[in-house]
Design a protein. Structure first.
Length: 653
């Protein structure tokens, strides 16, 4: 089967021109013509008004199927971000090459037929994916600025409307900065908001209020599809404090997965933006208080109870925005996430399952929070400082990567500069041709416009490549890494939230177990976790180019650093009685006389006998026969401690 040439184009928003895909195709075909590659029968695949962060684009899915069935010979795009802005660019292109295809991005000069393309693709992959986050940060910055100035940020609910402060400043073309807006009460809608609260406080149910509003023909606002009121819509209005002039913004944040699917996760309260706007009050305070009291009672009766199964899976907010160093990553051996508790001045973690059902979990011990944090940090720092040999190997591979990159960048830069000179020369020739009285044909004018449009993009790409040459990647040294790892302990103390995020990259989940000697009711806890060496390397560098190199190396032949599969840390210790009892049992198994046991262990033979009885009885209760060999024969020889002299300061527990 003959492989096909494919030209893929995409533009993101329905606000962009539909000609964008046509322009991209024209650029690609012009480049193929210059390279002598026949493109007459090339297949053109487009995605229009589709975000590059999504994988479920019709054109992208069609292209993926063609790759899997070995149909693609050459895939050409105007630039790599047109193909994808998610983190899957390198993996997609690797699959294409694996199936015998070739990828070309004319914008960045990427060609999988040339050596070193993986690093270039990965760097652009990282740049394209993080540009979305950076755009979101700038948008949020502007929104916060409008909120601080008491302007509209598009966050007003039903009952309000926005208006221009200066209508004359509106540009009819829609270009330029957006004119300032403020929020005001829209009385024809606010009337129904007051009706909702009045009916609810008067005893009506939320569902009946929704039916009443629909029957009255109440508007639902511009942000809701349809004309029918629902239970959820009324419930949301009843709990919105903006109707009493308390405006809160930024309760949640949008996150996306590798396929571009988005969801809202809650933000910590300290990151919320609060503003008092008494001029926007619609509902009286007394009515509001009565409504909230009734909502609380409804939640008490009909809300979720402890142990109930949730209707849908939900990511815990502490996984994204940790509220404590170990919050959300400390688990009991039974598999349940341990929860934070405080008793007086002491802070602990406990397993909620053990408190609910002792049969399913025996973890009744508390995990001291501060002691656990200290133990984990000390263990992590110690392990990181012992990986010098593995880090040397990684740094050597990073050096090889950077050296190969330094060879490809000059070639790419030279090609772009040659193209710039060529385009500039053609523009000058066409201008001279027209200046000498030539006929201003439409084809000449179109060609001149195309060349003039290409020139700014070339100059931007040249400047980007020149920055890579003028600011080469600076590799970290072993000494620098050691110094950073030494400073980790102080970092974990100084910046709790950032340190908590870093700790999740280094260790992942931490498990706690209860260490309890047979016959005892109290013991201590032990924690275990694994160290992610690659996560430690990523955290030690700030240059995104270096992090992309580490990502590439982590998927190569370099293995994880050699360290124990799991790290175990005791958060307590045995009591003197706990340490002596196994020795007493061992001596009795060897038929050592009790007086001799007392002399060896330093306790009275009465206490020794009590310790022995308790230990063996607990093993019998647990039906643990592994430690009972030879114990039954000696158990009957245990003297009655009631008639013995107890001259040892230790007392049996």
């Amino acid at each position: 089967m003959a492989r096909k040439k494919v030209i893929y184009s995409r533009y993101s928003s329905d606000l962009q021109s539909e000609k964008s895909c046509v322009d991209q195709e024209r650029e690609v075909r012009g480049w193929l013509t210059q390279k002598g590659i026949d493109h007459k029968n090339a297949i053109v695949i487009r995605d229009e008004a589709e975000s590059g962060t999504k994988s479920n684009r019709s054109g992208f899915e069609e292209l993926s199927e063609m790759v899997k069935t070995n149909e693609v010979g050459i895939l050409v795009v105007d630039d790599q971000s047109r193909l994808t802005r998610a983190d899957n660019g390198l993996s997609f292109i690797k699959d294409l090459v694996f199936h015998g295809g070739r990828f070309i991005s004319i914008g960045e000069g990427i060609d999988t037929a040339q050596p070193g393309w993986q690093m270039h693709v990965k760097i652009m992959d990282l740049h394209n994916s993080t540009s979305i986050d950076e755009l979101a940060r700038r948008v949020k910055r502007g929104q916060v600025g409008r909120l601080v100035a008491n302007l509209s940020a598009g966050d007003f609910p039903f009952g309000y409307e926005s208006y221009f402060l200066n209508p004359e400043s509106i540009n009819p073309s829609g270009r330029g900065p957006k004119p300032a807006k403020k929020v005001r009460i829209r009385e024809d809608h606010a009337h129904y908001v007051r009706l909702i609260f009045s009916l609810f406080v008067g005893g009506r149910s939320i569902t009946s209020i929704a039916r009443e509003l629909t029957a009255l023909g109440s508007p639902v606002g511009n942000r809701v599809a349809g004309s029918t009121w629902t239970h959820q819509r009324v419930r949301k209005i009843l709990g919105n404090a903006k109707y009493v002039g308390l405006w809160v913004w930024g309760r949640t944040k949008t996150i996306r997965n590798s396929e571009g699917k988005t969801k809202q996760v809650p933000l910590p309260e300290e990151e919320w933006i609060r503003s008092a706007r008494p001029e926007l009050r619609i509902v009286d305070q007394d009515v509001w208080d009565k409504a909230q009291a009734k909502l609380a009672k409804i939640h008490e009766v009909y809300g979720f109870k402890v142990g109930q199964k949730k209707r849908a899976p939900k990511i815990h907010h502490s996984n994204v925005y940790p509220t404590g160093m170990l919050n959300g990553i400390l688990y009991c051996e039974c598999g349940r996430r341990m929860v934070h508790r405080q008793r007086y001045e002491k802070k602990y973690f406990v397993c909620p399952r053990a408190r609910q059902d002792l049969k399913s979990c025996q973890m009744t011990a508390y995990v001291p929070r501060d002691q656990a944090i200290k133990a984990v940090v000390e263990a992590v720092v110690t392990m990181l400082q012992g990986q010098s040999e593995w880090r040397n190997k990684v740094l050597e591979s990073m050096t090889n990567y950077v050296n190969s990159l330094s060879k490809t960048v000059p070639r790419t830069l030279e090609g772009l500069q040659n193209r710039e000179r060529e385009v500039t020369k053609k523009i000058e020739n066409l201008i001279d041709f027209l200046a000498n009285g030539a006929r201003h044909s439409e084809s000449i004018q179109m060609r001149l416009a195309e060349l003039e449009a290409e020139l700014p993009g070339l100059r931007w790409k040249i400047a980007e490549q020149q920055s890579l040459v003028s600011k080469p990647v600076k590799l970290p040294t072993i000494g620098l890494l050691d110094e950073q790892h030494k400073n980790l302990a102080a970092f974990f103390v100084e910046d709790s939230q950032q340190a908590a995020i870093l700790l999740r990259k280094l260790v992942g989940k931490i498990y706690a177990t209860h260490v309890l000697q047979p016959g005892k009711k109290r013991g201590y806890t032990k924690i275990r976790f694994s160290l992610d060496g690659w996560g430690a390397m990523r955290s030690a560098v700030t240059d995104q180019r270096l992090q992309s190199i580490i990502d590439a190396l982590s998927s190569s032949e370099i293995s994880e650093p050699t360290h124990p599969d799991e790290i175990f840390v005791d958060l307590g210790r045995q009591t003197r009685v706990d340490s002596i009892t196994p020795r007493i049992v061992e001596l009795r198994r060897n038929r050592t006389p009790w007086k001799e046991i007392a002399a060896i262990t330093g306790v009275s033979f009465g206490n020794a006998a009590n310790y022995y009885k308790r230990y063996v009885s607990a093993l019998n209760d647990r039906k643990d026969t592994s430690n009972l060999s030879s114990l039954d024969a000696t158990f009957s020889q245990v003297p009655d401690s009631s008639g013995m002299r107890d001259d040892c300061p230790d007392s049996a527990e």
